[in-house]
Ligand binder design. Structure first.
Ligand code: AMP
Length: 284
């Protein structure tokens, strides 16, 4: 695995590497890797000649009172994991090089960034778009691998690439979970033992929501109420949102119709640690 931290060097190395019929799969991450991230590496490995991962805790996507400083980091372990999966390149930009003092550009996808996580984190998605567009311009991958856990991010980035004509396919990879159903997340290590126990309620609430939709309940108010009742069993956490939205537009749905593709999504706080999860459902 070739580890590169300078943008110019990355460009030169990849220019030398590129050739006819070679394809490059790209997995951007913020590190502290777990099986969820590694599933993206494996998916990329399967359908490309080479795989590049990046690790960069992007300050632009954290709000002023969010957990940028506390965000878990574990670079040596990450390198071992990536090597073991056969990752070909690892890009580790430094904050100073990536965002020099006079950096002033911001990329925004206006409507898809407003709801769900955008309500609590109003600057988050422009931070994500700005860093990912910069990374894409450097890496020029053929395919970009994203996890369903951050489904809104997947939609926002897909829209950005479509709007700006970025020539890259996007692959959405399923959520990898712990045994009790909790979606794997780098932030899970920040939970206390009791918070960790309660965190399984997110998956339980979404399971109930999914069950109600499958059993034919059409009222979203009723479905959300049932999901929220499960989350109300938590004594240590607090609900940010539980929403049911159209899976493409991310706009709220009131009454379900046969054929609708919907996303039920949840965000939940344990003190400053914010967990998210979701399920995609086709209404029958
Ligand atoms: P992050 O390091 O949290 O920015 O995540 C990097 C990528 O890994 C994003 O595309 C995430 O959606 C994806 N990812 C994070 N957690 C999981 C998970 N549990 N299952 C699948 N993909 C995940």
């Amino acid at each position: 695995m070739r580890v590169i931290s300078d943008s110019g060097e990355l460009r030169a190395v990849l220019t030398g590497w590129r050739g006819r019929k070679k394809t490059l799969g790209f997995v951007p991450t913020m590190g502290c890797l777990h099986e969820g991230h590694l599933s993206l590496i494996r998916a990329a490995k399967k359908e490309n000649t080479a795989v590049i991962a990046s690790i960069f805790v992007n300050p632009l996507q954290f709000g002023p009172r969010e957990d940028f400083k506390r965000y878990p980091r574990n670079l040596e372990r990450d390198k071992r994991f990536l090597k073991k999966e056969g990752t070909d390149f690892l890009f580790l930009p430094g904050v100073g090089e990536f965002y020099p003092k006079d950096f002033q550009t911001s990329v925004s996808v206006v409507y898809l960034s407003k709801g769900l996580c955008g309500k609590t984190r109003p600057t988050h998605f422009s931070g994500v778009c700005t860093v990912v567009l910069k990374l894409l311009n450097l890496v020029m991958p053929d395919r970009l691998y994203l996890g369903q856990k951050d489904y809104q991010q997947y939609r926002v980035l897909g829209q950005m690439m479509e709007d700006l004509g970025f020539p890259c396919q996007t692959r959405l990879c399923p959520i990898v979970r712990e045994e009790d159903g909790l979606a794997m997340s780098s932030r899970n290590v920040l939970l206390s033992a009791n918070e960790r126990k309660e965190a399984r309620l997110l998956h339980q609430a979404l399971g109930l929501v999914q069950g109600l939709v499958i059993s034919g309940v059409k009222s979203v108010i009723q479905i959300k109420k049932a999901g929220k009742e499960i989350l109300a069993q938590s004594s240590l956490g607090r609900l940010d949102y539980l929403e049911v939205v159209n899976a493409r537009t991310l706009s709220p749905v009131v009454k379900l119709k046969r054929g609708d593709e919907i996303l039920a999504a949840v965000a939940f706080f344990f003190k400053k640690t914010r967990l998210i999860d979701n399920v995609l459902i086709k209404v029958t």
